[in-house]
Design a protein around this ligand. Structure first.
Ligand SMILES: Nc1ncnc2c1ncn2[C@@H]1O[C@H](COP(=O)(O)OP(=O)(O)OP(=O)(O)O)[C@@H](O)[C@H]1O
Length: 329
């Protein structure tokens, strides 16, 4: 994680050597990072996949960076992240992991490098938390191999790091939303990802766990790509932020460049004040009641979006400039 704005953030201490089973030097989660590049990635649905939910997205995450993907509801964040972690194949464009085309990787190979925490993921029915988290080790094993002491150590550590140790013997389907979210993150950690993709990871979490979870993710050596709605958390934890609107990146760069009052009015249709917080050094957004002018602008932008989405991507108006014009890096 690089500090961009004179913040007083302290790096998250690295994990300890675990319960005597391994050390960081042996290649645990914290030591792996891969660079990600999305080049003109599009994902389309409908006739000839012409309705683009993700439209020509360029995105870059250097090894170890924490990248935020933000944007209004329905702007394409989840669809983009699904392309990155492989449950969707882009209609066009390329996704490169350390320069290698990800579409050429087998499922298992991809799973050895990329872990995902999808939005509101279900599953885990009938399993205990410990069993569900241990399943994250499967990309690193042959199918007949049982859990080793080393696997158990990974699981123990991941549970510790996500504050889920107390939940180990509980059934996953009996957990609260926030408890379940921490378990999903623990399962992703034991996968030893070089790239971690998290879709709204702070969903269901109380403020303390939101903070702790993002600090944990940020403290990993792994590259992280996060979809977030909370712009203040994104401002604090992300090295760079990409703003999606109607499937396109309309702005990208360090939080201080991206999170402007103009962007918030233009993309989200909200009135806000952005200042640098004296204690954190990060941009901080305070939302204000909308004026009549902002409300009217927001209604106009909303109907322009609706028209453009009905007309199809080729009819997009000038306010939806392509990424090459609008991304500020
Ligand atoms: N399979 C599909 N077919 C048609 N439209 C889809 C499909 N999947 C998603 N969409 C639409 O694509 C748009 C982008 O959806 P996506 O879930 O990627 O947005 P998002 O930015 O993650 O939204 P949110 O912030 O609400 O989670 C939405 O308008 C959604 O309704």
């Amino acid at each position: 994680m690089t500090v961009t704005t004179g913040t007083q953030r302290q790096p998250e201490p690295g994990p300890g050597p675990g319960p005597g089973q391994h050390t960081e030097a042996e290649g645990r989660t914290a030591n792996r990072a891969a660079g990600l590049r999305a080049l003109k990635v599009s994902y389309g649905v409908g006739e000839r996949a012409r309705h683009l939910l993700v439209d020509g997205v360029d995105l870059e995450a250097a090894p170890g960076e924490t990248i935020g993907v933000v944007g209004p509801n329905g702007s394409g964040k989840t669809t983009l992240l699904r392309c990155v972690y492989g449950t969707l194949s882009p209609t066009s464009g390329q996704l490169l992991l350390d320069g290698r085309d990800m579409t050429g990787m087998s499922t298992k190979e991809r799973a050895r490098s990329v872990a995902a925490v999808p939005q509101d993921a279900g599953g885990g029915f009938g399993l205990t938390v410990q069993q569900a988290v241990a399943m994250g080790r499967s990309p690193h094993k042959r199918f007949w191999e049982g859990d080793t002491a080393r696997d158990a150590a990974y699981v123990r550590e991941a549970l510790e790091r996500t504050g889920a140790t107390e939940l180990a013997e509980r059934r996953v389907d009996e957990l609260s939303g926030g408890e379940r979210q921490r378990v999903l993150v623990a399962r992703a950690l034991v996968q030893e990802p070089a790239l971690l993709v998290l879709d709204e990871p702070t969903n269901h979490l109380d403020v303390r766990y939101q903070w702790e979870l993002l600090a944990l993710v940020d403290g990993l050596a792994a590259t992280s790509v996060l979809a977030l709605h909370d712009l203040n958390l994104a401002a604090y934890f992300c090295d760079r932020i990409y703003v999606l609107d109607a499937g396109r990146v309309v702005k990208g760069g360090p939080p201080a460049e991206v999170l402007t009052e103009e962007m918030l009015a233009e993309v989200y249709g909200v009135r806000a004040e952005v200042s640098v917080h004296p204690a954190t050094g990060a941009p901080t957004v305070v939302y204000l009641p909308p004026t009549a002018a902002v409300r009217a602008k927001s209604v106009r932008a909303e109907s322009a979006r609706a028209e453009s989405s009905q007309a199809g991507p080729s009819q997009a108006g000038p306010s939806q400039a392509g990424p090459s014009q609008a991304v500020h890096r």
